[in-house]
Design a protein around this ligand. Structure first.
Ligand code: BTN
Length: 324
């Protein structure tokens, strides 16, 4: 008996299946069955275990090794997919395994040491958030790779609209905002030679049904579920994202710039048209965000002088000079 057979067995009934029955039927010990059950629980399946009754599949996880494999099989972008029951960081995993993997989609239900931009951490909860990384090998010059964060941001806004019927915004360069609070973040990393990208890893964390945030995060973080009445599925959201991203990514590879989406990037920008702070270490400078250009840079004016930001930390400047 393998894990898949056990899952099929549990899926076939709403009732409890006893450990003794499974043990006799498949000729393996009850301890071995418990190990399979535990592995399925780690994969995100909600399995109830009741003494003298046995095991019952309460709810099928929306995301699993099978569903990721099916998604990858339908996608033109990926050679392979991994679903990890738990991992420190899908980006770190992708980078460590890059030599062994083709173009890959790595998804987890439980990321234990997620990383954000600028050395920050990314917190997620096993049941309610979606964390994944795409390991890709675009034939582009390294200086173009940062644009992929914008491509991924737009794909995520579209996926959120399609799946959750919600409007979201992009806070340049890598945050997705819903009703003023951060719902998702993107971390793009790269390994390259002087003139060619070896690989990029685009990692996204999104709070889908997350209910509770720490006191520190509550004022600035949110989840999709907090703003929609739609029934949300992490798998369906991921499917929408991959479909949108595949399309935009292929167009981007043809042109090597963002002219084809620059209008959308400006329309969805949380910053464009606003007075902002540019934060550099401990210092902050006041600026006005004019627009995003076709290289994905934020064009600002500082004391009337135009400047293009291609990297950095910015925040909307509120009336009283506080950071948002
Ligand atoms: C940020 O907001 O600064 C970016 C957050 C990116 C989080 C995602 S979750 C999946 C992938 N793995 C990581 O360790 N980080 C990214």
């Amino acid at each position: 008996m393998n894990r898949q057979q056990l899952l099929s067995h549990l899926l076939a009934t709403d009732d409890y299946v006893s450990g003794e029955y499974l043990s006799n039927r498949y000729g393996i010990s009850r301890q071995a069955i418990w190990k399979h059950v535990k592995a399925l629980i780690d994969e995100g399946y909600h399995i109830e275990s009741v003494r003298r009754k046995g095991y019952r599949l309460v709810e099928q996880s929306d995301i699993s090794q099978n569903s990721v494999a099916q998604l990858v099989a339908r996608s033109p972008l990926f050679d392979e997919g991994c679903f990890l029951a738990a991992v420190t960081s899908t980006n770190s995993f992708a980078k460590k395994q890059a030599a062994q993997l083709g173009n890959a989609l790595i998804v987890t239900a439980n990321q234990t040491a997620g990383r954000g931009r600028l050395g920050r951490s990314w917190l997620s909860d096993a049941g309610g958030s979606l964390c994944f990384s795409m390991l890709l090998r675009p034939a582009i010059a390294p200086y173009l790779a940062a644009m992929l964060t914008q491509v991924a941001g737009l794909a995520m806004c579209r996926a959120i609209r399609l799946h959750a019927a919600l409007k979201s915004e992009i806070k340049w360069p890598n945050d997705i905002i819903c009703n003023g609070k951060k719902v998702a973040g993107i971390l793009t990393e790269m390994a390259s030679e002087m003139n060619a990208v070896e690989y990029v890893v685009i990692g996204i964390g999104i709070n889908v049904t997350t209910q509770h945030f720490s006191d520190e995060l509550a004022p600035i973080a949110t989840s999709l579920a907090a703003h929609t009445k739609q029934k949300l599925s992490r798998l369906a959201l991921l499917e929408h994202f991959i479909a949108q991203f595949s399309d935009l990514y292929q167009q981007f590879l043809k042109t090597g710039d963002l002219a084809f989406i620059v209008d959308d990037l400006n329309r969805l920008s949380q910053l464009v048209g606003k007075d902002i702070w540019i934060i550099d270490n401990q210092e902050r400078r006041s600026a006005h965000a004019k627009h995003i250009n076709q290289r994905g840079e934020l064009v600002v004016t500082i004391d009337g002088v135009e400047q293009n930001l291609y990297y950095g930390e910015v925040s909307v400047r509120l009336d009283h000079g506080e950071n948002s």
